[in-house]
Design a protein around this ligand. Structure first.
Ligand SMILES: [Cu+2]
Length: 477
């Protein structure tokens, strides 16, 4: 696990930039100085220095865009541009994003705020920004061709509207969307309630992240934009495990996590050790009567789900997408299942031709994490992450909620691994193993099938090839 964290330095730099931009009258008439961020660390929440107060969110492996107040209007400056995003340590992707990052910075405002957003286009093609879920004048909705001219290369457009309803929103281009979203252009938008809201509880920790997906061949740097289904990198805020920071909380904190999905498929988000309720969607806070306990909430394409729970169990609790292929990195699609196949003979034959050939594990895929196979220059290991008990064998959309009783309020630093109390870890049975008792009715059938084959057929399970020409990260060289 990585421990590279740099909360205070980053936040300090942002505050300085805001102060510098707010001094000169000449500067106020000009564009707000854009603020850029290039480290993938989770930045400390940006405590509002101007405007109405609110409890800021924490963007996982991301940050909040500072603003300036100009005659009562909150002004932001987004710069759409190519960026280099470290998706996990040692693996960099050439993406498109905003202000140095993909996803772009989170924008936080308060219900009733008048907001002016300058969008400068430094991409090689035109763009626009759609403010997903917002109530706003039609001409500010950001659909190029329909509600505005696309922002040409090198030009700056201005969006201005009042943030009418509190909630969680997203932003993304509505111009050559397929390319621009596949390249990583997206961001979060939070509108905090201006006063106590009957359906929005105060929480101690408020995390946000976007689900996104990329198709980057092992060894390559740029996503393939034509991919519709066969993505090989399933990410949170353009990071893959073990590059995703843990969500660190104090025991008995009330925790909110807001998750937006801008991939091409749904993600059942699963939390271990606690039950949560869905307290909001991109349509707003949910009525109390519609809330029930869950441990998994499906976040469909283009949706946001806001979950809340009381973190009252200490430990390192896995939090992940429940589609098992989405907790893997750089997976290929032409890899047959080899479990139970003794391919020693085959390997021997092949290695006569290709000396460093290696076959996927015959005991299951865990071999992949154990074998430290040579990888192409720029890719993420398929399943990895060293835990206190060995490899976690995960990648992609996986992280942990770390609950600690001695974590200080407002402290998001990784506390390291949970120290389990004595007698509270699964342990090996070392006594004798009795012969298994067979269930008496095993193999019985109440309704006989018709036209059964004359002799027994044993099916060799083999996973179908899903199409696509990608190869598994580090499989063949
Ligand atoms: Cu998923």
């Amino acid at each position: 696990m990585t421990n590279r964290r740099n909360f205070l330095t980053g936040a300090g730099a942002l505050t300085t930039a805001v102060a510098a931009a707010a001094v000169s009258r000449v500067a106020m008439a000009a564009l707000p100085e854009p603020v850029f961020q290039t480290t993938p660390d989770t930045m400390a929440p940006l405590v509002p220095g101007t405007g109405r107060p609110y409890n800021p969110v924490v963007t996982l492996n991301g940050w909040t865009l500072p603003w300036r107040m100009n005659a009562g209007v909150k002004e932001f400056h987004l710069v759409a541009e190519p960026v280099v995003r470290e998706m996990s340590p040692g693996f960099k992707a050439h993406l498109w994003g905003y202000n140095g990052q993909s996803p772009g910075p989170t924008i936080e405002v308060v219900e009733g705020d008048r907001v002016r957003i300058f969008v400068t286009n430094k991409l090689p093609e035109h763009t626009s920004v759609h403010w997903h879920g917002q109530r706003l004048p039609n001409g500010m909705d950001g659909v190029s061709g329909l509600t505005q001219k696309a922002i040409p290369v090198g030009k700056t457009f201005v969006y201005e509207f009042v943030a009418k309803r509190p909630g969680t929103f997203m932003y993304h281009p509505h111009a050559d969307e397929m390319t621009q979203m596949a390249m990583g252009m997206m961001g979060f938008w939070i509108t905090h309630p201006k006063a106590k809201h009957p359906l929005i509880d105060e929480v101690n920790r408020d995390f946000v992240f976007l689900l996104n997906a990329y198709d980057i061949d092992p060894g390559a740097y740029t996503p393939k934009i034509m991919t519709m289904l066969d993505f090989n990198l399933w990410s949170w805020n353009s990071r893959v495990f073990p590059g995703i920071d843990p969500l660190v909380v104090r025991k008995n904190d009330k925790v909110r996590i807001r998750i937006g999905n801008l991939t091409m498929t749904n993600h059942p988000m699963h939390l271990h050790g606690h039950e949560f309720t869905v307290t909001g969607t991109d349509g707003g806070p949910t009525p109390k009567g519609s809330r029930w306990p869950e441990v998994t909430a499906d976040v469909a394409v283009g949706q946001m789900r806001q979950i809340e729970f009381l973190a009252d169990e200490e430990g390192d609790w896995a939090f992940h997408c429940h589609k098992s292929h989405h907790t893997m990195n750089a997976m290929g699609h032409d890899v047959p299942t080899m479990i139970g196949v003794d391919h020693r003979k085959v390997v021997k034959d092949i290695t006569n031709v290709i000396p460093d050939y290696m076959v996927m594990g015959e005991r299951g895929m865990a071999d992949m994490a154990e074998m430290d196979m040579p990888l192409p220059d720029n890719t993420a290991k398929m399943m990895t992450g060293e835990g206190p008990f060995g490899s976690v064998e995960m990648g992609g959309m996986f992280s942990m909620v770390k609950v600690r009783k001695d974590q200080k309020p407002g402290d998001y630093k990784d506390p390291g691994w949970y120290k389990h109390p004595a007698g509270e870890v699964a342990y090996e049975w070392t006594g004798a193993l009795p012969n298994p008792a067979r269930f008496a009715a095993e193999g019985g059938q109440t309704m006989k099938a018709q036209n059964m084959p004359m002799k027994e057929v044993e099916v060799q399970v083999r996973k179908p090839v899903m199409g696509g020409a990608g190869s598994m990260g580090g499989m063949k060289h």
